[in-house]
Design a protein around this ligand. Structure first.
Ligand code: NAP
Length: 291
């Protein structure tokens, strides 16, 4: 249980966390902060948060935990603003999809209170965004990665872990470097491919005819191109190095595929597709494929 929690950014992830905590009665008061008064009013009317604040420093003052659920590109500014209003006991965490850049921003802005910052990332979400897309059960059965640094206070980490476990998530820890390298391949690269494919089609002379014929395959692989462009711009820039490694590897592999097709190398194609098919089937069995 937490007495007061402040969620900064009442969108898909922040709104879903608020809803899940409300269902459990996990916090005595949930304070929401965001830029749009209309969004905050709606969150109060829907019972997602108890109180809306339009001043960030007022929102975080006297709370036990602050959860940053905003795009990673605006976290630097937010850490800078909240730093002076935090107490030595306030635990701060985030849900950002990139960890290295967020940790650096927090270290720079929070000073000695950096020890109370627990970097986090729930591996849950959809291509939808905003409060209206939020769901109380979004984190049920999903993994949340925490990336505590050597200075991170163990009690702060334990309270963030307890909150995620309460809303049904399975918590794992990974270093920020490993997190950013792995997520570059498992999440960031697929989003780049989806955006790139849809954009390639829309610039094609025959794009109307192509889209009219877009059936299951095109729709399945491009669903995530419906994700928020600002959020993904920020993720690309924040995880630039790891994402570039993944993109270059994929580029090389597309080159090998192109060469095999040019040469008519059916053996290479069949071996590659079979290996991928088996891996995908194993993923279906082991994990929730919607993750
Ligand atoms: P979202 O639905 O667009 O919500 C973002 C919220 O942040 C909005 O309520 C927005 O409210 C607020 N916001 C945006 N810019 C702001 C700024 N400059 N200052 C203050 N508030 C701002 O996005 P989301 O999907 O919840 O993503 C939030 C975070 O979760 C991101 O860091 C993302 O990387 C991470 N994440 C997303 C997913 C996913 O699948 N979507 C999964 C895991 C983690 P106002 O416009 O009213 O200010």
């Amino acid at each position: 249980m937490i007495n007061k929690i402040c969620i900064v950014g009442i969108g898909l992830i922040g709104g879903s966390l608020a809803r899940a905590l409300r269902v459990l009665g996990y916090a005595h008061e949930i304070v929401g902060y965001g830029r749009s008064v209309g969004n905050l009013q709606q969150a109060v009317e829907l019972g997602v948060i108890d109180r809306a604040e339009v001043s960030l420093t007022d929102a975080v003052r006297h709370v036990d935990m602050v959860v940053l659920a905003v795009p990673v590109g605006c976290m630097v500014e937010i850490f800078g603003e909240i730093g002076p209003a935090l107490t030595d006991q306030t635990v701060v965490t985030d849900v950002g999809s990139v960890k290295g850049s967020v940790i650096e921003a927090a270290r720079h802005a929070l000073g000695k209170r950096f020890a109370n910052f627990v970097p986090g990332h729930p591996l849950a979400g959809t291509e939808q965004s905003g409060l209206t897309a939020s769901q109380a059960d979004l984190f049920q059965g999903r993994r949340v990665i925490l990336s505590p640094e050597p200075e991170t206070d163990a009690t702060a980490t334990a309270s963030v872990r307890a909150m995620w476990e309460a809303v049904g998530a399975e918590v794992a820890t990974l270093s920020a470097v490993d997190h950013d390298r792995i997520l570059a391949v498992s999440s960031h690269l697929p989003h780049m491919l989806a955006y790139c494919l849809v954009d390639m089609v829309v610039r094609h002379d025959d794009h109307r005819a192509i889209l009219e014929c877009a059936a299951g395959g095109f729709r399945d692989i491009t669903r995530i191109a419906g994700s928020d462009p600002v959020m993904w711009r920020d993720i690309c820039l924040a995880n630039r190095d790891a994402l570039l490694v993944a993109l270059r590897q994929y580029h090389d592999d597309l080159g090998a595929l192109t060469a095999a097709i040019e040469k008519g190398d059916g053996k290479w194609l069949c071996e590659t597709f079979t290996r991928a098919k088996h891996t995908r089937a194993a993923l279906n069995k082991k994990y929730d494929v919607q993750a």
